[in-house]
Design a protein around this ligand. Structure first.
Ligand code: GLC
Length: 742
């Protein structure tokens, strides 16, 4: 088995495991069929995070013993009341599982996940999830529906904001870290929560980047691109997986036995809980693969999907299906056993009220340590896209013009999945610069949605014209990314480009701070604005973290987790592309010019744009420079059961300390299937003082060379490989070759 999956019980001591198993089997034997089915029913307590699904009397359902878990409840008082109904009022007394979307912070909001991934630092992702779990568990939450591990190659899709970008390896490393952060070492502890790897699987491949659209991908693409972060999450011991809304091979994921039982459970060994997405069971009817809820319930329970989020299919149909001998009761028992095991591992059988302590909640929420953690993660998430003539960092004694509604917006800094985040907790860029720079003049320039009035424009131009330097905050509003937020045009919303044109025209140097939940098409800005800093949506410490970078207290080390396309017409554009039969990059052709003859025409290219994106995966500048030397391999030939040691020396050749994200890519020259031009296989953050050098060592083994071969099996095939080491996927500094032999 490729994936060393860890069940929740594997993560308990033998004694605790035996105790939980005993409790679960006893309960299972005592519950009626109706009560067992009720355990698989999840209802929504307060605000909906999906389509309308009819009224739900949650308190009544809990009292009647017809609900096993609840999502989106309000506060500790509501949580306690619901738990008391379940434990003390219902016939069976089984505690409830309480769930919430704690995606990048609960009350202390961290950068959106795509921003965290831009740190290329799993420690930052783990820290963020650790703080989120501490605050969530102190607020009565047992189960977070995070991390999203969807690999996204299409920035039109708004949910690229919620995961870790386009690369399977970076997504895997970040996802593992997030699972570790949320679940810790002991799920019965009062500062850990059950994590949920979502959305299983392939949701990021929604056609045209349109939300909830058709997904139609090959098994090879599924296994090579979308599955690895789920495998990594399973290795980290994730306690649950969420069905995706989408199809796989034209069968909805929730009712897709090949995906759930065959691949996730049998092949990958996942023994823990599978929960549907919001009404994803019920949507089998919309997909046209079930005509009623009875067919829905049968398809989903037979596929191996355990918990029904708000569709009501299991609650209304499962008992009848079992009584009619259409569904074997053992399928219900297996699902209920997995759910009860979660409740046991969380300690809910020992103390159903363990997570409801108001004093603990106030002690552990929005602490100074948590804010400092949020600032640290936000600092490392920022990506310096360009910095002409070293405009940044600022000295701090310049006469600074600060422009842009987003610089003064607290709510936008929290992103779209903000849990209990409160805009009042946010320190904005405007607030911070006013504190830390002596001469700052603010002009709105535009509203937070990018609209520019004549007055705003004139005021901004005057303010910038009088300044030594302008810091201009541009980008999206928080609601323009995340779920149900696909965009067909990815330029700066509203009139922000016109605003920038006018401000650049003043001759005052402009540094743009970009707020977004996705890559944007900023080709004009990239050509005309001297400095651009991508800040994503940085969370409660937005102002201090951005000012730390603008003022040089933190040398930016973020790298793009996702390609920035030159224009929407290039999408999907990603670094680990296949070579094609007529690779333009091999031909000595200037792709910025139209083809002049056959030699330039019959290539994989466009007539009207180049192939290269605006900014490549792994791109990110620094206030210093780094040189790579002495790349060496400890062997030029290895067998599939040997390891290969790679060494490279990195030097900080600039005049200020900085962090280089050393990236190692592999190129498999020939395979039984066409192989990507390069694939990220390792990376490491290296902190170097000015003039300092360090030698970085990477160990590679056969598992790194494996892929889904034409034999429909994972294998490392003998042949020639390249090790490519560099600063970015389009900035390879050194290459060495080796041969893999049987
Ligand atoms: C939403 C999202 C999912 C979330 C769930 C519960 O529709 O797709 O990511 O966890 O419903 O809020």
């Amino acid at each position: 088995m490729r994936t060393q999956t860890r069940s929740l019980l594997d993560q308990c001591s033998p004694e605790r495991r035996a105790e939980i198993e005993r409790r679960v089997e006893t309960l299972l034997s005592e519950l009626t069929l109706e009560q067992k089915v009720g355990q698989l029913n999840q209802l929504n307590a307060d605000f909906a995070t999906g389509t309308a699904v009819g009224d739900m009397d949650v308190e009544r359902g809990v009292f009647d013993g017809d609900i096993g878990s609840v999502l989106n409840f309000g506060d500790l008082d509501e949580a306690r009341r619901l738990q008391e109904l379940a434990v003390e009022e219902s016939d069976h007394g089984v505690p409830l599982l309480l769930a919430f979307d704690v995606i990048h912070g609960h009350r202390t909001i961290f950068p959106v996940p795509l921003g965290e991934a831009a740190s290329w630092n799993p420690e930052m992702a783990e820290l963020s999830a650790r703080v989120a779990a501490t605050e969530a568990a102190a607020s009565g939450i047992h189960w977070t529906f995070a991390p999203s591990v969807d690999v996204g190659r299409d920035p039109r899709w708004g949910r690229v904001m919620e995961a870790a970008g386009e690369d399977p390896y970076l997504s895997s490393e970040i996802s593992k870290a997030r699972v570790r952060g949320f679940q810790g070492d002991d799920l019965s502890a009062d500062d850990t929560v059950l994590a949920c790897a979502k959305h299983y699987v392939g949701y990021g491949a929604s056609e045209a980047g349109r939300e909830y659209n058709t997904v139609d991908i090959s098994e090879t693409n599924l296994r090579e691109v979308h599955l690895p972060p789920f495998e990594a999450s399973l290795e980290a011991g994730v306690g649950s997986v969420m069905n995706a809304f989408n199809l796989y091979e034209r069968i909805p994921a929730s009712g897709n036995e090949k995906l759930v039982n065959d691949l996730l459970r049998d092949e990958l060994g996942f023994e823990n809980l599978v929960v549907s997405d919001w009404n994803s069971f019920g949507e089998l009817r919309n997909h046209g693969v079930a005509s009623d809820l009875r067919e829905v319930a049968r398809a989903c329970i037979e596929a191996g999907s355990d918990v029904d989020m708000v569709s009501g299919a299991y609650a209304t149909e499962l008992v009848g299906l079992v009584e009619d001998d259409v569904v074997d009761e053992s399928l219900v028992d297996s699902a209920v056993r997995r759910l009860l095991t979660v409740k046991g591992v969380l300690g809910l059988f020992d103390d159903p009220y363990r997570y409801f302590d108001a004093d603990r909640q106030s002690r552990r929420t929005l602490t100074d340590d948590h804010r400092e953690a949020a600032r640290a993660v936000a600092r490392e998430s920022q990506v310096l896209l360009k910095n002409e003539d070293d405009l940044l960092p600022l000295d701090g004694d310049e006469n600074v013009a600060l422009v842009g509604g987003l610089a003064d917006s607290d709510t936008d800094m929290l992103g779209a999945w903000r849990a209990e985040g409160d805009p009042d907790d946010v320190t904005t860029l405007r607030t911070t610069l006013a504190d830390r720079v002596e001469n700052v003049t603010y002009a709105a320039g535009c509203d937070r949605d990018g609209t520019v009035s004549d007055t705003q424009l004139a005021d901004a131009v005057d303010t910038v014209a009088d300044a030594d330097v302008a810091v201009v905050a541009v980008g999206e509003r928080y609601s323009q990314s995340g779920e149900a937020a696909s965009r067909a045009h990815l330029d700066l919303p509203g009139d922000q480009r016109a605003l920038l044109e006018a401000l650049v025209e003043t001759g005052t140097p402009v540094a743009a701070v970009l707020f977004s939940g996705r890559p944007l098409t900023i080709d004009w800005e990239a050509e005309h604005v001297p400095a651009i800093l991508e800040a994503w949506f940085p969370g409660v410490e937005a102002g201090p973290a951005i000012a730390d970078v603008l003022l040089g207290e933190h040398n930016p080390s973020g790298r793009l987790p996702m390609t920035f396309p030159l224009t929407e017409g290039q999408i999907p554009v990603y670094y680990n592309r296949l070579k094609t039969g007529r690779p333009a990059e091999d031909a000595d052709v200037d792709l910025t010019e139209p083809p002049s003859d056959h030699g330039e025409k019959y290539l994989s290219r466009y007539l009207d744009i180049p192939n290269d994106p605006l900014y490549a995966f792994g791109h990110g500048e620094s206030y210093t420079d780094f040189a790579y030397t002495d790349l060496s391999l400890d062997a030029s030939t290895i067998t599939t059961d040997e390891t290969l040691s790679v060494e490279v020396t990195v030097e900080n050749t600039g005049d200020r300390a900085g962090t280089e994200v050393v990236q190692l890519y592999l190129r498999d020259a020939v395979g039984s299937r066409s192989r990507p031009v390069r694939e990220l296989a390792r990376f490491e953050n290296v902190d170097l003082d000015a003039g300092e050098s360090a030698t970085v060592t990477f160990e590679l083994a056969a598992a790194d060379f494996e892929f889904w071969t034409a034999d429909e099996a994972y294998a490392a095939e003998p042949g020639a490989f390249e090790v490519q080491v560099g600063h970015a996927s389009d900035d390879i500094r050194a290459v060495e070759r080796f041969e893999l032999v049987e």
